[in-house]
Design a protein around this ligand. Structure first.
Ligand SMILES: NC(=O)c1ccc[n+]([C@@H]2O[C@H](COP(=O)([O-])OP(=O)(O)OC[C@H]3O[C@@H](n4cnc5c(N)ncnc54)[C@H](O)[C@@H]3O)[C@@H](O)[C@H]2O)c1
Length: 276
């Protein structure tokens, strides 16, 4: 008998998907999951050179992919990304906004307005612009948008005011877009991951005074006692694009339970309080 493992079933065959920031981390894993499920994927990053991933996945299939150089902070690059997608595959069924960045720890005292604006441009306006230029084509296919947000957009995070603000805005924008696009049967959903082990996480932990301890803390922040994987994000995105046909405006918490339970969160031990 042949295997019927769900992973081998072509759940998005011949559908066309754009993934921003698809060369590493969560984006790369999403690209892999969609190509493995028969999709034609257009993925981008800022680098000019074609990605090795493109060659690897073209050979492995069963779907197809192309790499397009695109800096999502540049509107003209996003226009070219959409044009390249239509030229190569003729349609767009799904846009996955993922390209983003988490700066190293910063307090408000050492954050400039320009740094905040730059992060808004990347993490929020980049998502908005990709949606703006993809939507005329998504309306024709009754397709969908998936915005990779973050759990911290709802629960906050220490020393990350601009990042938290951009992700909170992504989650809110997802809902507003879902409201407006429902008349076209275009679904707009978000995924809010907890800690996912990616090159970004590795880079941020290496900037901390004790990287090993930071990684242990990162794992312990989840009830499940580990970080999530890019592949788990890819599978969640595949669900929203395929079977999740009654989901719109949702914020899928992919967190291993990081938001649950009381824990020791007191940062004021030893300090005097007017309530003592
Ligand atoms: N890793 C986590 O724990 C975690 C948790 C919650 C949310 N997220 C979000 O998931 C997304 C991906 O994070 P990751 O951990 O995989 O990061 P990563 O740094 O490992 O990968 C980021 C990808 O985005 C691309 N990118 C960065 N700037 C770009 C630009 N200006 N134009 C085009 N592409 C650009 C990079 O080339 C890369 O392909 C981000 O939006 C991040 O905020 C990550």
């Amino acid at each position: 008998m042949t295997s019927t493992a769900p992973d081998l079933f072509l759940r998005y065959q011949n559908r066309v998907v754009i993934v921003t920031g698809g060369t590493k981390g969560i984006g790369e894993a999403i690209v892999r999951v969609f190509v493995r499920n028969g999709a034609n994927v257009v993925f981008c990053a800022k680098e000019a050179a074609a990605s090795d991933l493109e060659m690897e996945l073209k050979e492995s299939g069963p779907g197809d992919c192309i790499y397009v150089s695109c800096d999502v902070t540049k509107e003209e690059d996003i226009v070219k990304l959409i044009e390249a997608t239509l030229k190569t595959y003729g349609r767009i069924d799904c846009l996955i906004n993922n390209a983003g960045w988490h700066p190293p720890e910063q307090t408000i005292d050492d954050t400039s307005a320009q740094e905040f604006r730059d992060l808004l441009n990347l993490n929020l306006i980049g998502y908005f612009l990709a949606a703006k230029y993809a939507l005329p084509h998504l309306r024709k296919t009754q397709g969908n948008i998936i915005n990779i947000s973050s759990l911290v957009g709802i629960i906050g995070q220490k020393h990350a005011i601009p990042y938290v603000a951009t992700k909170g805005a992504v989650t809110a924008m997802t809902k507003a877009m879902a409201v407006d696009e429902s008349q076209y049967n275009v679904r707009v959903n978000g995924i809010s991951p907890g800690n996912i082990w990616t090159p970004l996480w590795e880079e941020l932990s290496s900037c901390s005074p004790n990287p090993d301890a930071t990684i242990v803390e990162g794992k312990d922040a989840q009830l499940l006692g580990r970080m999530g994987t890019g592949q788990e994000c890819g599978k969640a995105a595949l669900y929203l694009a395929t079977e999740g046909t009654f989901c719109t405006g949702i914020d899928l918490l992919l967190t291993g339970g990081a938001e649950l339970n009381y824990a020791n969160k007191n940062q004021q031990k030893g300090r005097s309080s007017i309530y003592q």
